[in-house]
Every structure is written in structure tokens, then in C-alpha cells.
Design a protein around this ligand. Structure first.
Ligand SMILES: [Zn+2]
Length: 255
């Protein structure tokens, strides 16, 4: 990990507007401002904090196909909300909105063994969202509960070009390493507060180049999460911001 750190400490965020494409001018503008101030990036939240760059996570059940959404967001069909929606319509909504440059990712979507809806029903819905992610070149933000083997099998079978980001990771370091070997990115949130939990150990076990941070639905602020992650990685917050912004640029701007 140390050599990864050194690389990123010296890495300067350099926004190349041409490489991003004209459609993403809004993103480029915000990133250009951020590169000067080195702000926070919150990869997954359920309300706006207006604190740095944020991806508001929306479910297809929450919005209409033409709803006005300020700022950046991800849109997906969450396994929790499958039962209450027309799956076909929900997927069509994602496809229709995917032309919006402010929609940066597909998700949260994924697999959850702790709910009533069976995995056999969840898998095709997840598979459809994998296809949309590849089709529209937008990364996947993944919700995964007790289904990591199935998730890894999906990744092997699909060999996606897009990044797969497991959000709210709190598993053991061995699982984190396994996911990293398979090319996943991991995002950590409030679980870092728990000093006896696995999240901190898992974060310490992965390369910083695969790290994102988030607030999810919790009341912890993104600055607190960065502070916790900085302590674990031994980086100061400014360097951590630079690293994560670099990850964001690579994953979302395909740079
Ligand atoms: Zn969430």
C-alpha cells in the first residue's frame, strides 16, 4: 500500500476538458473548481449535504423519468424495492435517464440474501442493470448483503469494462482483498466509526487506488468519514482527497 500512497501523494489533478467530452461540461466545471480547493467526494448519499461533490443515490421508485434533479446522481433498482415496482418500467426509466450527463452511475443495485425477495428474482434484475452500465458506460454502485460469492461470479461471467463499486463495505479484510483481486472498488462509510468492527481493518488492507468514501443514509458527515479514513491510511485529509478525486476521475471520466 505504501508505494501506492507515494504515487498518489505526488499525483496532481489535471483536468483535461477535451478528454471528457462536451456533454459533461457540468461535471468538468465542478471538477475544475474542486481541483483548486481539493474538496470532498461523497460517492453515495441519500440526501444532499452540499459539501463537495456528491452522488445522490436515487431509486427508480422515487422519481419519474423526466424529474428535475439538481446535481449529480446515480439511479438504480434496489433489491429492497423490487417487489413494489413494475420491473420493466423501472429498467426503462434507468435507460431513459442514462442520457443525462448528471447521472453518473447505475445503482444502487445488487444482491441481498437478507430479504424476502429471493436471489433467483434478484439476479436477472441485477443482470439487466449490469447491461445498462456497460451500454451507457456508467459505473455500477452495488448493494451486497451476504451474497459476495454470487456477486463475484457475476463479475467473472460479465467481464465488465465499467468499474463496480461495492458501497457501504464492512466485511472482513480477507473478503476485501478478494474483491480487490477481482477488480472491485470499495466504498466505506459510518462503519469506520466502530473501532472494533472490520471496516477499518478492511480499508487498511486495500490499495488507496480502489477506495471511495460515502455517507449513505447516515447522519455522519463526509468530512468525519474522511477524517476516520485519513487516520487509518496514515494520509492527511488533503492527500486523501487528492487520491479519491484521482480515483473518481479514472472511474467516472474514464481518464
Ligand atoms: Zn444507500
Amino acid at each position: 500500500m505504501v508505494h501506492g500512497l507515494l504515487f498518489w501523494v505526488e499525483f496532481r489533478i489535471d483536468i483535461d476538458i477535451k478528454s471528457v467530452g462536451v456533454a459533461n461540461t457540468m461535471l468538468v466545471k465542478q471538477l475544475s473548481q474542486m481541483s483548486a480547493t481539493q474538496e470532498y467526494l461523497n460517492i453515495h448519499c441519500h440526501r444532499r449535504w452540499s459539501h463537495g461533490l456528491e452522488l445522490l443515490s436515487l431509486d427508480t421508485a422515487e422519481i419519474t423519468a423526466d424529474a428535475e434533479i439538481g446535481g449529480f446522481y446515480s439511479l438504480g433498482l434496489h433489491p429492497w424495492f423490487m417487489a413494489s415496482q413494475d420491473i420493466r418500467q423501472a429498467l426503462a426509466k434507468i435507460a431513459a435517464r442514462a442520457h443525462d450527463p448528471a447521472m453518473l452511475a447505475i445503482g444502487e443495485c445488487g444482491l441481498d440474501k437478507a430479504i424476502e425477495t429471493g436471489l433467483a428474482e434478484q439476479l436477472p434484475v441485477f443482470q439487466s442493470q449490469i447491461r445498462l452500465s456497460e451500454q451507457f458506460a456508467k459505473p455500477l454502485i452495488i448493494h451486497c448483503v451476504q451474497a459476495f460469492n454470487e456477486l463475484m461470479r457475476c463479475k467473472t461471467a460479465n467481464r465488465p469494462a465499467q468499474a463496480w463499486i461495492v458501497h457501504g463495505f464492512r466485511g472482513k479484510p480477507a473478503l476485501a482483498r478478494q474483491l480487490i483481486r477481482q477488480g472491485f472498488y470499495l466504498s466505506f462509510g459510518k462503519a469506520l466509526r466502530n473501532e472494533t468492527g472490520y471496516a477499518g481493518q478492511a480499508l487498511a488492507a486495500i490499495p488507496i487506488e480502489r477506495l471511495f468514501l460515502e455517507t449513505d443514509a447516515d447522519e455522519a458527515s463526509i468530512s468525519e468519514i474522511y477524517g476516520l479514513a485519513a487516520k487509518i491510511t496514515g494520509l492527511d485529509v488533503k492527500n486523501l482527497q487528492t487520491c479519491i478525486l484521482g480515483n473518481f476521475k479514472r472511474v467516472f471520466l474514464h481518464d
